[in-house]
Design a protein around this ligand. Structure first.
Ligand SMILES: Nc1ncnc2c1ncn2[C@@H]1O[C@H](COP(=O)(O)OP(=O)(O)OP(=O)(O)O)[C@@H](O)[C@H]1O
Ligand SMILES: [Mg+2]
Length: 274
């Protein structure tokens, strides 16, 4: 198995479940024996908050990687999360202030090598680390940090809310960004699948959404496993936990375990071989 498959969770729409999916998928992959690194590129820092004990004082973060690249190594920034076998490269709100200077310095580079700073730091590091997966949580826009993340990744998972999965054009625009970057700066980038989230079993909307999305994007482009809507997600979040740490047997947890199994299968072949 090739080490360090990088998966970016991205949708420019807010609140669809990117951070929840990133951290729960990481936890579910770890429970299946994988070593996972989460990279939080969102200055809202939700993935960081869900991963680190409230008492943790973040000494160094993605901010330092971008602000002081010569003096900061990934080894000193990455820390263990609350979940066994899940590490995190944390973020801090201050990173937002770096956006203008990153934009200016990238604008002076040739088109084909723009916005590769995260890739050029992370990919060489992964070659000499033991992570099986790197999951990147992104902010709800198509700005600087999202482009940096997409230029680093092998795959993108797009979480979609079941009842807004009908705004196909919005999703197509998001997916066009993938095609655009693939041609320009990251030929490795692929859409892994759309992930239909917040499905209410009492309505048929989840299944209808999956059918519509498959018609628009292809059968292979949508996870058949949907994530149920459940107040347990908010309850877990209010305790700064993954749903898997909160209640491993609930429907939401089982759904993420199944998603992790499918990711392992798709990215690494038969899980029993790994
Ligand atoms: N399946 C679910 N059922 C119920 N609530 C959920 C579910 N998934 C996520 N949530 C809740 O929805 C809210 C938004 O989720 P989350 O923060 O993961 O979205 P996001 O896409 O990362 O948001 P942003 O765009 O602001 O980064 C959170 O309160 C989260 O607990
Ligand atoms: Mg988020």
């Amino acid at each position: 198995m090739e080490n360090g498959t990088i998966i970016c969770f991205q949708n420019n729409k807010g609140g669809v479940g990117k951070s929840t999916a990133t951290v729960n998928t990481a936890h579910a992959l770890a429970l299946q024996g994988k070593k996972v690194l989460i990279v939080d590129v969102d200055n809202q820092c939700n993935a960081t908050t869900l991963c680190l004990p409230a008492t943790t004082k973040i000494e160094k973060s993605l901010y330092h990687i971008f602000r002081y690249p010569e003096e900061t190594s990934l080894e000193e920034v990455i820390v263990a999360s609350k979940y066994e076998n899940v590490d995190i490269l944390p973020n801090q709100e201050t990173v937002a202030g770096l956006e203008p200077s990153i934009l200016v310095s990238e604008a002076n580079k040739p088109q084909s090598s723009r916005f590769l700073i995260l890739r050029n730091i992370l990919r060489p590091f992964l070659k000499q680390s033991s992570y099986n997966f790197v999951l990147i949580d992104t902010p709800p826009n198509i700005g600087t940090f999202v482009i940096l993340a997409l230029n680093t990744a092998d795959y993108v998972i797009v979480p979609v809310e079941a009842d807004s999965a009908f705004s196909i054009q919005g999703l197509k625009n998001a997916i066009n960004t993938i095609q655009f970057l693939r041609k320009d700066t990251n030929p490795d980038l692929r859409l892994l699948r759309l992930l239909v989230n917040k499905v209410d079993k009492r309505t048929n909307l989840g299944k209808v959404a999956i059918t519509r999305l498959k018609e628009s994007f292809g059968d292979q482009m949508v996870f058949d496993q949907m994530i149920p809507v459940s107040t347990l997600f908010q309850r877990a979040e209010s305790m700064f936990k993954t749903i898997l740490a909160y209640d491993r047997k609930c429907g939401g947890s089982l759904a993420y375990i199944n998603i992790a199994t499918q990711i392992i299968f798709q990215c690494c072949g038969n899980p029993s071989e790994n």
